[in-house]
Design a protein around this ligand. Structure first.
Ligand SMILES: NC(=O)c1ccc[n+]([C@@H]2O[C@H](COP(=O)([O-])OP(=O)(O)OC[C@H]3O[C@@H](n4cnc5c(N)ncnc54)[C@H](O)[C@@H]3O)[C@@H](O)[C@H]2O)c1
Length: 566
């Protein structure tokens, strides 16, 4: 019912706009527009050369496209297509199909990246305002287009370190399996994401993007992508409100059509869709979620019967969480801490909150630098693992008194709180590499500090009433992406190969995934790993026929059962 009502409102709005356009130069504000927000952004961005200058630029053609779309959706709903199609189970034969798809060698075929032509480029430069479903849409919004050349060089370097993603580009670009996909992404705008975005375009998708974190955008990458024709809405140092505005910009494409696929990190975009654009869920094939924290939120949504689209849990791929979370964070954490504070790691007492995938990688990396590592945990299995890996394990109440560097890595909230902070040593460093901004109680810090001293962008010192001070990088947000460049290209090539495969799955098997949270078949995980071995000069042994019969495994895999934990 909610969906139906919203569609009617939307239909009424579109019709009203069309009528007004036919009779009047100045379309009135639609009933579902949030005028204060629109005006706010109109002011905020009016200094930009592409900013909104003419209210009357709402385009008739685009509104008609949308009208057709909304009517079509309404008709479908009235015909009772509300029920999601029955899911199909991924059988081993289907898995083999994937293996073939992934390993097919089409390297001779020339790759054309779906960059826009000159005419389209001119179009995107125009101060275009598309006013639809309450959104005033800009062609893009980034920090500085002049950084494009720098960004292109960084993208080329990243491509060289992303063998899995580049291989998928080669295999699939000639087939364009994503033609017809209007993909809206909400994930850190980094060089690695840029390589993935350009691969999606090479595979035929239209793509537009915002960032899931206000501090992680690499402005030169955003510029290079815009120059190549990708509508990017992200810049480093967004406010929370601007971040949401950016996400809103990715809901409709420049032709007036809404997104039909989502790639999300932290459930940011899926949440906005479920809160504000529920009427669009019927045209969305699904979303692929990148990270642990996002999956936690999606599970809650599903449990409450509120999830309206299928999700592929990319984080669950072994070649994602056991690699990006572990090895990736292990390297980029150190980079983030050092760029933020220049601190010597060797000899320091470091407290890591959470010994999951991320915590394990961080602990190994920090101890490799000579840090004395302490772990806090709530899960007995992870606590036991930490102890047997040789780390001290204690409660936060104890650890807070002796730690010099703190790293939260849980995906939970309120781990490092006021009562802990007041016990900490002078100039303790508080880092988060987990999720959001609440693993460390930044609200408490801001409310209770007697002085906040900005040292440089993304680094503040909080002076406390007890005479001690605390160093807080990245305002409590993920330190590796906010203070450094995030996880390295090679490891992200694993994660993003899975993302690309997930999007191909969702689009080419429309209707076969039920509303719920799914994983990719293990065989694809193995293929993603395989695609990265050559680059490292790794060679595999092969199962002999005798071994194959003995262990009851196909020589081509999968080599482990689904429940194997690695
Ligand atoms: N910054 C990055 O680049 C990056 C990359 C990957 C994942 N992540 C994020 O890192 C976080 C952790 O991911 P993960 O894959 O390691 O998840 P995980 O579930 O494997 O590990 C989290 C661990 O935290 C522990 N934990 C929960 N509450 C705790 C508490 N109160 N005290 C101590 N320990 C507690 C859990 O028991 C678990 O072992 C997630 O938010 C994820 O989204 C960040």
């Amino acid at each position: 019912m909610v969906q139906k009502r919203k569609l009617s409102v939307n239909l009424a709005y579109v019709q009203q706009q069309q009528q007004e356009e036919e009779g009047s130069e100045n379309p009135s504000t639609p009933s579902i527009l949030t005028p204060s927000k629109a005006k706010y952004f109109r002011r905020q961005f009016s200094e930009q050369n592409f900013a909104i200058q003419k209210k009357t630029m709402v385009q008739k053609r685009k509104l008609s496209v949308n009208l057709d779309y909304v009517q079509q959706q309404q008709q479908q709903e009235e015909e009772g297509s509300e029920n999601p199609p029955t899911p199909s189970i991924l059988t081993p034969s289907k898995a083999k199909y994937f293996r073939r798809q992934f390993s097919e060698q089409n390297f001779d075929e020339e790759i054309t990246i779906n960059r826009i032509d000159d005419e389209e480029k001119e179009q995107i430069k125009k101060p275009l305002l598309l006013l639809i479903d309450g959104i005033e849409k800009l062609p893009y919004k980034i920090a500085d287009i002049n950084l494009a050349e720098l960004g292109r060089k960084a993208l080329s370097m990243a491509e060289a370190e992303m063998p899995g993603v580049m291989r998928l580009r080669k295999i699939y670009a000639p087939k364009k399996p994503l033609k017809g996909v209007r993909l809206a992404g909400c994930l850190h705008v980094t060089a690695q994401t840029g390589v993935m975005i350009e691969t999606f375009r090479a595979l035929g998708a239209e793509v537009q993007w915002s960032s899931c974190n206000p501090l992680s955008t690499q402005d030169h990458i955003a510029a290079a992508l815009v120059k190549a024709g990708v509508p990017i809405y992200a810049w480093k140092g967004e406010t929370e409100e601007e971040k949401l505005w950016c996400i809103d910009q990715t809901i409709y494409f420049a032709d007036g059509q809404p997104l039909n696929a989502i790639l999300d990190d932290g459930c940011n975009l899926v949440r906005v869709i479920h809160e504000k654009y529920l009427h669009l869920t019927s045209v969305i094939h699904g979303s692929s979620e990148e990270t642990t924290a996002g999956i936690t939120k999606l599970r809650k949504l599903f449990k409450a019967n509120k999830l309206k689209i299928p999700i592929i849990n990319v984080n669950e791929c072994v070649t994602k969480s056991k690699f990006d979370n572990n090895y990736g964070c292990g390297e980029s954490l150190i980079d983030g801490i050092k760029r933020a504070t220049d601190v010597m790691i060797g000899g320091k007492v470091v407290v890591i909150v959470g010994y999951g995938h991320v915590g394990k990688g961080c602990a190994k990396s920090l101890s490799g630098h000579g840090a004395r590592v302490i772990i806090t945990e709530i899960d007995p299995i992870c606590a036991l693992q930490a102890a047997m890996d040789g780390y001290e394990v204690m409660t936060m109440a104890e650890a807070c008194k002796i730690g010099q560097i703190f790293v939260s890595a849980t995906g939970s909230t309120g781990l490092i709180r006021g009562e802990h902070i007041m016990e900490m040593r002078d100039m303790a460093i508080l880092c988060n590499i987990g999720s959001g901004q609440t693993e460390i109680d930044v609200v408490w810090l801001k409310a209770n500090a007697i002085k906040i001293e900005n040292i440089k962008p993304q680094v503040d010192i909080y002076h406390l009433s007890n005479g001690r001070a605390i160093i807080l990088p990245a305002d409590g947000r993920v330190v590796n992406l906010s203070c450094a460049h995030g996880n390295p290209s090679f490891v992200m090539s694993n994660s993003f190969s899975n993302q690309i495969l997930a999007q191909i799955e969702l689009f080419t098997k429309k209707g076969q995934y039920a509303i719920g949270i799914h994983t990719l078949p293990k065989i694809l995980d193995e293929e993603v790993a395989m695609a990265h071995l050559d680059y490292l000069g790794v060679k595999l042994d092969k199962l002999t026929p005798t071994q194959s019969a003995y262990v009851d495994l196909e020589p081509s895999g999968p080599f482990k059962p689904d429940y194997y934990r690695y």
